[in-house]
Design a protein around this ligand. Structure first.
Ligand code: NAD
Length: 472
């Protein structure tokens, strides 16, 4: 294999267009040897990822704590165990996924057979976000490896402990001739984006998503954009109040303290029911995080002071501050903001116009629950939408009429854990999907192949095109 001496391993290193080009060239040469394509290579790398998760659980958990004060159990469930189960599924199913699929042929090709054959795309780039920095990096890498690609991972510089750990662990556990980590922020990502890739898989916000898509267009490179948005939870009055409140809290504050792409961004309920729901939320919040949630070990902190200030100013905006009905406390030196509930904040406020991505929960009230559909449909399509009701007709209407990347009914967030469901956005919340077999397919090309023999040749389709041939 070709080797490259200047591989970027630390955030201090400079990584420019020249090095990026060398890196892609090297990986392409190594990909072209055919080694990453083999079943044995794919399995060995997947097994090494599983081994890495088992052996390095403690340091991964510590890095996540350093970056986000992520509670240990949250880190284990949402990042480590989730990623490990994806890896184990890929190991178990890889042979089936790789098997060509035989399809029907037609009278035009008779006698023949036909198959859909999966092939790797080549050298792919994965750019990930900071909020689940391990999961969002390793999960797509599992897909890229399963499909037999060479891969460069660019983790987020905003979670530096996890980013540098990933660089270290990948070089320790995985085949460096085909799997690489490049650390860094905008300059390094820009240098990478200038190169020709066979696919770019991006997780992040819509603003950068547009930059990624524009860079990919220059090379006609296909993209997956895993973006975000404002995920609504519509709550009817017929719910089991305690269970609904616990699940909303879990989908908001027990999910990286609101810093989650499929976390509940805002709640919609009826004017009459709102006080009951808010009381239930307050009660359960106290049970979960105690009297002083700023001191709770079970709440992640805000990732950095930029985002702390962004959230604080969202909360202090004119016409918003007086809508707080619960929480609102902050601790700047520890980057903590308590779970905060607001009612009917102005539609024009940043809180209702931007993805909140933090522990602030606005509750919008409507006269009747069906009006909630209009509130959701008047906004860009979200990555996830939630409905709480026992009313089967309402559930059906919601599933049929609300467009979103994915949904949970009477639950929040958990649809993401099902490996047989595709995970991805629609409209402004993204392009493409992954998880389980969908990850394999995302990083594969499905090649249609027709097999014929020399038998059964007919001159019907060959010139000269006589009128008799048309009649047959
Ligand atoms: P971001 O878009 O700011 O950054 C994502 C990645 O892009 C990072 O690796 C960063 O280094 C890189 N980047 C930043 N600016 C760039 C530029 N100008 N040019 C090139 N690259 C650049 O997103 P974020 O702050 O890391 O994450 C938060 C966003 O991601 C939210 O919108 C959230 O909803 C979304 N998100 C989506 C998912 C999903 O699975 N769909 C998961 C997590 C987060």
């Amino acid at each position: 294999y070709a080797t490259l001496s200047a591989v970027v391993k630390s955030q201090e290193s400079t990584f420019d267009g020249k090095e990026a080009a060398l890196l892609v060239d090297e990986l392409r040469i190594n990909f072209n040897t055919g080694r990453p394509k083999s079943y044995e290579w794919r399995i060995s790398q997947l097994q090494n990822i599983a081994k890495m998760i088992d052996e390095k659980e403690k340091c991964i958990t510590e890095a996540l704590y350093q970056d986000l004060s992520k509670p240990e159990l949250e880190a284990f469930l949402a990042e480590l165990s989730n990623t490990k189960s994806s890896c184990m599924l890929a190991i178990k199913e890889l042979k089936n996924w790789m098997a060509p699929e035989t399809v029907k042929t037609s009278v035009t090709t008779f006698p023949s057979s036909a198959q859909i054959v999966s092939e790797p795309l080549g050298v792919v780039l994965i750019i990930s976000a900071w909020n689940f920095p391990f999961l969002l990096s390793v999960e797509p890498v599992i897909g890229a490896i399963s499909a037999g690609n060479a891969v460069v991972l660019k983790p987020s510089e905003i979670a530096p402990a996890t980013s540098s750990l990933l660089a270290k662990l990948f070089s320790e556990y995985l085949d460096e001739t085909a799997i690489r980590v490049v650390q860094g922020g905008v300059p390094e990502t820009t240098a990478l984006l200038d190169q020709k890739w066979d696919k770019i898989f991006f997780t992040g916000g819509a603003r950068v998503g547009r930059i990624v898509m524009a860079a990919a267009a220059k090379h006609l490179t296909p993209v997956v954009l895993e973006l975000g948005g404002k995920c609504p939870a519509l709550v009817d009055s017929d719910v089991n109040l305690q269970v609904a409140a616990r699940r909303i809290i879990t989908g908001k504050w027990a999910c990286n303290n609101g810093q989650a792409c499929i976390g509940v961004d805002y709640v919609i309920t009826t004017k009459d029911f709102a006080p009951k729901l808010i009381d239930a939320l307050k009660t359960e919040l106290k049970t979960f995080f105690g009297e002083n949630p700023l001191k709770s070990k079970d709440l992640s902190r805000i990732v950095n002071s930029f985002h702390f200030k962004r959230l604080e100013s969202m909360m202090k905006e004119n016409g918003v501050a007086n809508k707080i009905v619960h929480g609102g406390q902050t601790m700047e030196d520890k980057l903590k903001i308590s779970p905060t509930i607001l009612v009917d904040v102005p539609e024009g406020s940043s809180m209702m116009q931007e993805e909140i991505f933090g522990p602030l929960l606005p509750v919008i009230t409507v006269s009747k629950i069906e009006d909630g559909f209009q509130v959701i449909q008047s906004r860009p399509k979200p990555l996830a939408a939630y409905l709480f009701t026992d009313n089967k007709e309402l559930q059906n209407q919601f599933v049929q009429n609300v467009s979103a990347g994915g949904m949970s009914i009477n639950e929040t967030v958990l649809h993401v854990t099902l490996k047989d469901l595709p995970f991805g956005g629609v409209g402004e919340s993204g392009i493409g999907a992954y998880h389980g077999k969908f990850s394999y397919e995302t990083f594969s090309h499905k090649k249609g192949v027709l097999y014929r023999s020399f038998d059964g040749d007919s001159d019907l389709r060959y010139p000269p095109y006589t009128p008799e041939k048309k009649r047959v």
